[in-house]
Design a protein around this ligand. Structure first.
Ligand code: GLV
Ligand code: MN
Ligand code: MN
Length: 405
């Protein structure tokens, strides 16, 4: 194997991250949504890098890019090109770029067949779906996803057709049984633990389970000046109590987090009592039973709040994914690869969702984390240093050298 030049790998990674960064639907902030023109441009740039590294490139029915080298049972390496709204530059692209630079290191002839995958729907920023592209690759895509609408009323199915794809081809995106030996993903940590441990790399032991749902609260819209306080059925004031209940539940359980990220109050005028509110809850935990019990606890509490305030409340669940345990053998091989570079592999669970969750339904899956500054992510301030990225890609190269299909 050629000597691994960590500085050069880090510099290449940084250049590639910077090339993808401006591909956004808005100047000045990063928004790269699934099946958008920006997704197309990012995929085209990435496909060219894959070809330059010696890979055969194809694209499946959901726009997932597949850069292939070698024949037979293979190692899959991947991450995503879509972003959250007002994103940082590293969440997703780094894992794709790492796979490409690792293949390039082996001059397009790695010791094991490899597919590098660039997924498009990891964040769930456009449709109320998430991980749908990796679900298709893993053979567990859910047909109902095609009917989901984005904020502009465009359905997932129509967006796919506009992207030049045929939904009938989705089953062909799945790997055949036995074809995939393992999936490995490199990703920024998105939290502060590696920085606190003063180490650049971590190994993910498992990925939290998630529930996401909409809460719809209905009261009565009315005149802000004439309806006395005790006669109001204010859907927003009731929602506010429910939001705080979600926060209390998240705080009450070790390792659980609960977030309300969207609140939409209607009709949305300063002089009208809100008659209808929709808000989302995202609740995560490593233990599935505890997560489900917490969802039920929230819904009971929300019903109590609604009853006391003469409101109606309903729940629409749109995302439910179980906690994933990363493969123990792959974790050990990653730890050995990190050890080869003289680093200590810090083991930690992931509170963020990842395509690895779906890929674990197909084959053994594992993830390596890269330290990011101040633990900041889903924020334009997100940053991983070129040295840390280079070290991570070097560890991925060592991993490939140790991996047996
Ligand atoms: C994806 O980044 C998620 O965990 O929400
Ligand atoms: Mn991500
Ligand atoms: Mn993310």
């Amino acid at each position: 194997m050629a000597a691994i030049d960590i500085k050069a790998l880090g510099a290449r990674a940084e250049t590639m991250i910077s090339a993808l960064a401006p591909i956004s639907s808005e100047p000045g902030r990063l928004i790269r949504l699934f099946l958008s023109p920006e997704h197309r441009r990012a995929a085209d740039m990435t496909a060219q890098w894959m070809r330059d590294a010696g890979m055969q490139v194809s694209e499946d029915a959901l726009g997932t890019l597949r850069g292939r080298v070698g024949e037979g049972r293979r190692l899959l390496i991947g991450s995503h090109l879509d972003s959250v709204i007002d994103a940082g530059n590293y969440d997703g692209p780094l894992g794709v770029i790492a796979g490409i630079l690792a293949v390039e290191h082996f001059k397009g002839r790695p010791p094991v067949p490899i597919d590098v995958l660039a997924f498009g729907d990891e964040e769930g920023s456009r449709f109320p779906s998430t991980l749908s592209t990796s679900a298709a690759v893993a053979g567990v895509f859910e047909e109902e996803t095609l009917g989901l609408s984005d904020r502009n009323g465009v359905t997932y199915g129509d967006a796919l057709r506009k992207y030049g794809k045929n939904p009938a081809d989705i089953p062909k995106a799945a790997y055949r049984r036995g074809e995939a030996a393992a999936y490995v993903e490199l990703h920024i940590e998105q939290g502060p633990r590696l920085e606190a441990a003063n180490e650049p790399l971590g190994i993910v032991t498992g990925i939290v389970g998630q529930s996401r749902w909409r809460v719809i609260v209905t009261g009565m819209a009315g005149h802000a000046g004439t309806v006395p306080m005790d006669l109001r059925r204010d859907a927003l004031a009731g929602s506010a109590e429910m939001v705080l209940a979600a926060e209390r539940i998240g705080r009450a359980h070790e390792g659980m987090v609960a977030t309300v990220g969207i609140v939409d109050a209607r009709p949305g005028a300063g002089n009208i009592i809100p008659g209808r509110v929709m808000f989302t809850v995202d609740l995560r935990c490593m233990d599935d039973a505890t997560r489900k019990a917490a969802v039920a606890e929230f819904e009971d509490k929300a019903r109590d709040i609604a009853k006391a305030r003469k409101l109606e409340v309903t729940f629409e669940h749109f995302h439910d994914v179980s906690a994933t345990v990363c493969d123990a053998g792959l974790q050990d091989t990653l730890a050995a690869a990190i050890g080869d570079l003289g680093h200590r592999a810090i083991r930690m669970p992931s509170g963020a969702g990842h395509d690895g969750q779906m890929m674990a339904k197909l084959c053994p899956a594992a993830m390596m984390f890269v330290r990011c500054r101040d633990g900041i992510s889903h924020n334009p301030a997100e940053y991983a240093s070129p040295d840390d990225m280079g070290t991570a890609i070097a560890a991925l190269i060592r991993f490939i050298g140790r991996f047996r299909t």
